[in-house]
Design a protein around this ligand. Structure first.
Ligand code: CU
Length: 136
């Protein structure tokens, strides 16, 4: 191997290495933005593909002037209707404020589509965001 080839090989290895290391940073996670009558809400999970078991959910809340809202009480409910050989499932958890965002752990006990509702209580009003989470 002459000096030139060696340099090319080393550069190729370096670039491959950088791309490999960088990939997780650019991998898209599950995310949903929603605007209600009172809020801009950003809901996300840490991963794109969600498996059974514990999954961390993060909820960012702003008012319609894009001002951070940190005095809300947020609960997350996730349910699955009854199926063959499986009773209806219902879980509820409270999200906790951490560094300006609301966080909770959802425990998906089964694969399939979970009907999920984020309920936001603030100033005597209730806002809801409904969505589905597909668990594989
Ligand atoms: Cu089920």
């Amino acid at each position: 191997m002459n000096i030139k080839t060696s340099w090319k090989v080393k550069t190729a290895i370096l670039i491959f290495g950088l791309v490999t290391i960088s990939t997780p940073i650019f991998a898209k996670n599950w995310q949903m933005d929603k605007t209600t009558k009172d809020y801009n809400i950003q809901i996300s999970f840490e991963k794109d593909k969600l498996n059974m078991g514990n999954q961390a959910i993060t909820i960012g809340l702003q008012d319609l002037n894009k001002k951070l809202v940190t005095d809300a009480q947020i609960t997350v409910e996730y349910t699955m209707p009854a199926m063959m050989g499986m009773p209806a499932m219902y879980y509820k958890t409270e999200a906790k404020l951490e560094k300006g965002q609301y966080k909770a752990i959802l425990d998906f006990s089964m694969e399939g589509s979970w009907n999920t509702v984020v309920k936001i209580k603030r100033l005597g009003k209730l806002s809801k965001v409904n969505f589905n989470v597909d668990v594989h």
